[in-house]
Design a binder for this molecule. Structure first.
Ligand code: COA
Length: 248
């Protein structure tokens, strides 16, 4: 079953294609956070991503982009100052809509969970070389993943690491911790993440590698989406992402 069939809506957006003149649709917390970026390029990328996210939600639900109230939740500082787990309150729906966003280079991907049973959603994209640095295996991989890496031909190791990395970030975003939880504690080499503790560890997880071409991203990108639903989940047909033989 595809992400779309599971009630997930995804879109890739080139950041430079976003009209920054639409920044008026953002709310105070978003504008305040934008003002904290010293680099104009990073500020513009932030604004473009947030505008793209609102436009995506608006296209899905019919709510105007400016009518969405952001309710971001940071599990570390609980400040709610426009950062952390992205959630929006919409005029057309009860509760909070769970969404996710990832930027890399000149691209961003936005995702929304239209199925209310989904309790966590995370999407992550990276270009080909993001996880290509010495020390990545000891910093970010579990012992099991490092064992798998040893069997990967040298020419494919960078790709293997990057695909593991986007899976980890997708899972840690869905969990809501981000990198406050050490990525080396979460094993994403199988069809569902392992190493998670607490109730989300017992939830119904879905972890899917996304095709860059299918999303409209350049071919050297890697992308993953992770969701979890609390058990019992009404849908018994949810499938998990299929990993290529021999690992990522
Ligand atoms: C989430 C995180 C892994 C993403 O990092 P990244 O790969 O550099 O950036 P991406 O572009 O892929 O993702 C950024 C998006 O992740 C989302 N995000 C941030 N924190 C999140 C969290 N705790 N849970 C879920 N999603 C989160 C936001 O949508 C953010 O978009 P924004 O910049 O518009 O706010 C990283 O920012 C992180 O670990 N943050 C938490 C760190 C923390 O606890 N800080 C304490 C602050 S008080």
């Amino acid at each position: 079953m595809t992400a779309a069939a599971r009630g997930l809506s995804l879109a890739a957006v080139r950041l430079s294609d976003v009209d920054l003149g639409l920044a008026h649709v953002l709310d105070e917390a978003e504008v305040a956070r934008a003002s904290t970026f010293r680099s104009p390029a990073l500020r513009d990328a932030f604004l473009a991503g947030r505008i793209a996210l609102r436009l995506h939600i608006s296209a899905l639900t019919g709510d105007s982009p400016e009518s969405l109230e952001e309710h971001y939740l940071c599990p570390t500082c609980s400040s709610g100052q426009g950062h952390g787990i992205p959630r929006y309150r919409l005029p057309s729906r009860p509760g909070l809509l769970r969404v996710s966003l990832s930027r890399s280079g000149s691209w961003c991907v936005v995702a929304a969970a239209l199925d209310d049973r989904i309790a966590g959603i995370g999407v992550d994209i990276e270009n080909g070389s993001a996880a290509d640095f010495e020390g990545f295996p000891s910093l970010a991989m579990t012992a099991n993943e490092r064992g798998q890496l040893e069997k990967v031909p040298p020419a494919l190791k960078t790709r293997f690491q990057t695909r593991l990395w986007v899976r980890k970030e997708a899972v840690l975003k869905a969990l809501g911790t981000g990198l406050a939880k050490a990525p080396s504690l979460v094993d994403v080499s199988g069809p569902t993440p392992s190493g998670l503790t607490g109730p989300p560890g017992r939830a119904l997880w879905s972890l899917e590698d996304l095709s860059p071409a299918g999303l409209g991203l350049p071919g050297d990108f890697a992308a993953s989406i992770a969701t979890f639903a609390e058990i019992p989940h009404a849908s018994r047909t949810m499938e998990y992402g299929h990993l290529p033989a021999g690992g990522p």
